[in-house]
Write a protein that binds this ligand. Structure first.
Ligand SMILES: *Cc1c(COP(=O)(O)O)cnc(C)c1O
Length: 367
């Protein structure tokens, strides 16, 4: 069982939809599929404009840095992905200020506001909605609304790779919303997507940058239901399939189910003495801080056929992360909390008594 916070398991009906013969991308058949997928994408992103790119999520991050920052970036680093925005700026010699936080600590709205007030060069802010390194939720909506009330021209670029498809995101003050195929959207890796505000499109039109990641050429083409270069046809077919499926029950249903499963998992693991790592946990994943992370993950994999993620850098061997993104069935999440409780027993840390499962089931079904 794959319960890592990306890549996530691809549902069978999605795999089937992608198993047909390859279509040529410059055909009316594919353009129809593209149009359908694009409409669904605009709906889930809740943004007026969007593009799909044949790249992993980092490609979309790079495209936003090069096309939406003209003078200086403010990057928020509370983990690997926030750090990556800074590294992209460095790679392109784009001046930046980086605000660093411990991986469990949400960005401070006040500090960001003070930073932009003291530096009028900053024209773009790059931040994760959920920083996947620690499963941390940043207060992006508050930051965006505060910044826009001070200076509307500052672009707010939100990396929603582990947030789009997890929760309803208030996009009213966002200029770009990035996502990728292999997380909450349950597809194989290789497709990234960006939603844009009308102001972002205007800024891109003023000074488009790059060649493959030139967002102006993509926006122009994708408005006409085609792409500047060869489209990732198979993944776009899969995206249309999964979004159409989610929409049948309503996007809201997915958000409610995910939030409930995340909450029940956190409560269940707290009840067996484990510590939730982030101060503000995102619903995309549950991150637990424990010195026995490696031992627990090893038992889960070998004995319970369950694959969850560990930590990186200074959190290597100190945390584990359980995915909640996508169409995870309640019995899968329940298996995870059960197995973790058993692993603690095996390590002599706590005697198994079924508490985790009890709390999980009550959290889900006895509200
Ligand atoms: C996975 C992820 C990315 C992008 O990673 P890729 O490997 O390039 O797809 C970016 N930001 C966050 C928050 C992520 O979780």
């Amino acid at each position: 069982m794959l319960l890592t916070p990306g890549p996530t398991a691809v549902p069978e009906f999605v795999r089937e939809s992608m198993s047909k013969e390859t279509l040529h991308h410059r055909t009316p058949e594919f353009e129809n599929i593209f149009k359908n997928t694009r409409e669904l994408l605009l709906e889930i992103l809740d943004m007026p404009q969007a593009v799909m790119l044949a790249s992993s999520g980092t490609g979309a991050m790079e495209a936003c840095v090069t096309n939406l920052c003209h003078s200086k970036a403010l990057t928020i680093n509370a983990g690997k992905f926030g750090e990556r925005f800074g590294k992209i700026c460095d790679a392109f010699n784009i001046p930046k200020t980086e605000l660093k936080y411990e991986w469990n600590t949400p960005a401070s709205v006040e500090q960001i506001v003070n930073t932009i007030k003291n530096d009028d060069k900053i024209d773009a802010i790059f931040i994760q909605i959920c920083e996947s390194a620690g499963g941390l939720r940043h207060p992006v909506e508050q930051i965006a609304s505060k910044i826009k009330s001070i200076n509307k021209n500052i672009m707010i670029i939100a990396d929603g790779i582990t947030a789009v498809g997890v929760e309803k995101i208030d996009t009213s003050n966002l200029d770009a919303l990035i996502t990728g195929s292999q997380k909450a959207l349950m597809l194989p890796p290789g497709l990234s997507m960006i939603g844009f505000s009308n102001d972002a499109v205007k800024k891109i039109e003023k000074k488009p940058a790059g060649y493959y990641f030139n967002l102006l050429s993509e926006i122009k083409k994708q408005k006409q239901n085609t792409t500047a270069y060869t489209a990732a046809t198979t993944l776009i077919i899969g995206l249309g399939e999964i979004l159409g499926h989610i929409k049948q029950n309503g996007f809201e249903k997915l958000y409610i189910d995910t939030a409930l499963r995340a909450k029940a998992t956190r409560e269940a693991l707290k009840a067996i003495g484990l510590e939730v790592y982030p101060q503000m946990p995102a619903n995309a994943m549950t991150t637990i801080y424990t010195e026995s992370s490696n031992e627990i993950r090893k038992i889960l994999k070998e004995k319970f056929d369950l694959n969850i993620a560990g930590g990186q850098d200074h959190l290597k061997g100190k945390i584990f992360r359980i995915n909640h993104m996508g169409l995870v069935a309640p019995h899968e999440a329940s298996w995870a909390v059960n197995s973790i409780e058993m692993a603690l027993d095996e390590l002599g840390l706590r005697t198994f008594d079924g508490t985790a499962n009890k709390i999980f089931m009550e959290g889900l079904y006895k509200l």
